[in-house]
Ligand binder design. Sequence first.
Ligand SMILES: [Zn+2]
Length: 481
Amino acid sequence: MAAEYLAASGINLDTETAKIQFGHDIADASTWSTKPHSPPPRYSDVYPSGRLQKIVGVRLPRKPPSTLWDVSIGDGKISAIGPHTLGHPDISHLPGVLHASKRLLAPSLCHAHIHLDKCFLLQDPKFGDLEIEKGDFREAMVLTSKAKSRFEESDLLRRGRQLIQESIQYGVTAMRAFVEVDGEVKFKCLESGLRLKQEFEDKCKIQICAFAQLPLFSGGDGGDEIRKLITDAARREGVDVVGSTPYVEQDDAKMIMNIRWISTIALFSGKPLDLHLDYHLDKEKRPLIWATLEILKAQNWVERSGKGITLGHCTRLTQFAPEDWHQLRKEIGNLPVSFVGLPSSDLFMMRTDSGVRGTLPIPKMIKEYKLNAAIAVNNVGNAFTPQGTCDPLSVASLGVAVYQAGTKNDSEILYECVSSRAKAAIGYESTSLGLNIGDPADFVLFDRTDVGWRCRKSIKEVVYDGGTSRQTIRSGRLTTY
Ligand SMILES: [Zn+2]
C-alpha cells in the first residue's frame, strides 16, 4: 500500500538526487575562520541545498485558508498541485518531502534594486566615524564617497555576503545588485560582486549591474575615466546590466548626453539598462523621462532587440497630473520599460524646503495606467537609507501606509511588487500568486511550524506583518533551514 501511495504521490525512492541533507553540522564553519590564510567557506558548503519533490500540507495564496494543498516539483518547476488529504500514511519522513504543517507557501521574493557595495556602512566598525549629522542627499554623497575611498575587497565581501545571506533568510531568490564603477574604486566593487554572484549561484540568482553613480560628462577627466571603465565592464563576463545616474550631471545637456551614452553601451553590449532618473521634486524642472523615451525610440530600441529598461526613483513624476500619466503610457508604447519605486529611501532623502515628500505611486501606476512597476529596498544601512532591513516584504508593508493600500487586492499587488513584478522588472521568469503548473519552484514558507493560530494564512496577513521566520526554496531546493 505504501509503495502504491508513494508512486501516486510522485515520490520515487530510487532517485538518487532526492537525498536531502537536513541537519548538516554548521559548526564546521568556525574551523575555517580560525585558519589565517584560508578563504572563507562558500555559503553553499555551510548550508547545503535540499532538493524537494513535494511540499505537503501547505496553505496557498488565493485559496481558502481552511484548505490544504500538496505541491509537487519536477525539474525545478511546479509539476502538480492537488488537495492535501488527511488520513493518508504520513510520508513527511521520506527524502524529498517537506511537511509544511499548514504554513503559507508563496512565490519567493526579489530585490529589483539593491546596492551591494555600499550596504551596512553604518554598522561596520571600519566606517564607524562616518556618522550622519544632517541627513540630506549632499551629506550622503560625501559620507559615501569617504567610505568608498576606504573600500577593500575584504570589507566589500564581508558586507555583501551579509546582505545576500540575510536576504535569502527573508525569502529572496533573485536580485539585481548595483556595484559602482569609477576612478576611485575602479573595478573593486565589481569584482567583489562577481565573486559573490558565483559564490551564491545555487542559492540566489544575482544580476550584477555595473553602475556609474558619478557624472559621466561633468567631472572633467574623471568622466572620461568612468566612461572607459564602464565600456570595459560592459564587456566582462558576468556583468548582466549597465546603469548610470543622469541627475548627477551639472546641466540638462549633460544629463541627456549621459542617457544617450549609457543606453548606446547597453544596446551595443546586448544588456539591459538601469537608470536612476528624475530624483527630485522640482515641479519647474522638465522631467528627463521624456528625453529618455525619445532617445530610446531614436535608437530603434525595440527593432534592435534592446533588452529591458528599468527606471528607479523617478520622484519628479509624483507631480504628474492624470493627463501626464496617460501621456507617459502612450509615449512608452512597446518599449520594455519598468519603474522601480524605492519608498524607504525616497521618504528619508527626498523633500523640498516646504516639506513636500514624494515616492512613485506604484499601485496606482499599475492599476490605473497599466505600467510595469515594482518596489525595492535600494540601500541598507548607509547615509542614503539608514533605517530598515534587507527584507523586501518590509517595503511592501511600508507601502500599505505610504500608498494607503490596505485592501486584500492592494496587498496582493504590493506582494507582487516584491515578488513576480520585481522579477519581471529585472527580466526574470517569475512564479505567479496563482502558482501555475510550470512556474519556477521558487517559494517562501512563512512562520515556524509551532506558531498556532497566529500563523499567517494569506498574502494580506504577510504584507501587514511578514514576521521573521521563513524558509526559502529556489528551483525546488531548500536554501534555508
Ligand atoms: Zn539605487
